[in-house]
Write a protein that binds this ligand. Structure first.
Ligand code: 0PR
Length: 350
């Protein structure tokens, strides 16, 4: 079976939030596959590479003295950010306030951490800070903003969200898991240099062209990470702050390789090409009478009002149904123009 199985990789999937790994990221992943950054005393090279990865992510996100690590993905990074906020707060009944479009990993985080997740309605698919303010109280430990939402690719007003967090004595966490590698080339205020952001998720394995698993957790100060540290009595290192123990060095090494190859010119080129494609697709769909949301970043959400078929699914179209509307599809425009052309041609055929 394995010999004959063809992997369905990201290349043909219009709605994937992950990109195809850069060739040098693929090579680096293979070289470091059998290393374990979870044991930095033994695997020193990959541990040093992890510092390089965090430095590079810091440069992308306006962080002068970056702290953080390469996580298994955005889910782990979001869980860990809320864990920092919960552990340092002085309350027995912690809650986190987020806009309704926050990724479902926050639901997992709240369950795992026994924290209440309060979600506020959005306005035009963007966080409504007035609605969020109403949910904040003395037990709020973290206020979350999303910089590139999963379903619409919209960017929340991060400076206003950071102000809400500051006023409440809570931490501000920004989820730029998907948007983080596009946003440096836009006018949005989203990163550590733009607002009092405390922690951030930014995933090299999504738009960063690293191999899975490579998520990123960043913190404004190293001391914030102290709240994650667990003693490791028998290892050469004394403590560990990741959620996973043993982890592959493939993600770490490929993140460094991708960022060395692409930051900034390659990522800028990717942003410009993808945005161009997204705008083209949005125009094509609007011209055919479909309701389109975006693109603010390279993601087009559209009500195609046609039944989902196996053929469409094979062509990479997926359901994305937060609105309770099974015909809402999302398309992430890291794909080529010719793929989009054939997708639009298929729609015309229907
Ligand atoms: N934060 C945001 C804004 C996300 O979009 C995602 C995942 C996460 C956090 C969680 O990241 P991990 O999945 O790395 O833990 N966004 C995509 C989604 O849920 C993930 C994805 C990627 C799904 C490729 C399907 C797929 O084919 O839609």
């Amino acid at each position: 079976m394995l010999q004959r199985a063809e992997p369905q990789d990201f290349e043909r999937v219009l709605s994937s939030m992950c990109t195809v790994p850069h060739p040098s990221a693929r090579k680096a992943a293979e070289r470091f596959l059998a290393t374990n950054p979870g044991d930095p005393g033994t695997y020193e090279t990959v541990a040093d590479l992890e510092d390089d990865a965090v430095d590079a992510l810091g440069e992308l996100t306006g962080l002068a003295e970056p702290a953080g690590y390469i996580a298994s993905g955005g889910t782990e990074a979001n869980i860990q950010a809320l864990r920092i906020a919960r552990n340092r707060a002085d309350t027995d009944d912690p809650n986190v306030v987020a806009p309704v479009h926050a990724h479902f990993s926050f639901t997992k985080a709240a369950a795992v951490l026994d924290v209440e997740l309060r979600t506020a309605p959005a306005r035009n698919h963007r966080a409504d800070t007035e609605a969020m303010a109403e949910l904040i109280d003395d037990d709020t430990v973290c206020v979350v903003g999303v910089a590139g939402s999963t379903e619409y690719g919209f960017v929340d007003p991060i400076p206003a969200i950071a102000d809400l967090a500051g006023d409440a004595g809570a931490l501000c966490h920004v989820d730029a898991a998907w948007g983080g590698f596009y946003l440096p080339f836009t006018d949005h205020d989203w990163h550590f240099g733009h607002a009092a952001v405390d922690t951030m998720t930014i995933d090299p394995h999504k738009v960063g062209q690293a191999a899975v698993p490579a998520g990123g957790l960043l913190a404004r100060e190293e001391t914030l990470l102290d709240d994650l540290a667990v003693e490791t009595p028998y290892l050469e290192s004394t403590s560990q702050l990741t959620l996973t123990g043993t982890r592959s060095g493939a993600g770490v090494a490929s993140a460094v390789a991708a960022m060395e190859a692409l930051w900034p010119a390659g990522y800028r080129e990717q942003y410009e090409r993808s945005m161009d494609n997204a705008e083209w697709l949005a125009d094509q769909l609007s011209a055919r009478g479909h309701d389109v949301v975006g693109p603010e970043l390279p993601l087009v959400a559209a009500d195609l009002s046609i039944p989902m078929t196996d053929e469409l699914r094979e062509r990479g179209c997926s359901r994305s149904g937060r609105l309770g509307d099974p015909t809402m599809k999302k398309m992430v425009a890291h794909v080529t123009r010719s793929m989009l052309r054939s997708f639009v041609a298929d729609l015309d055929w229907y």
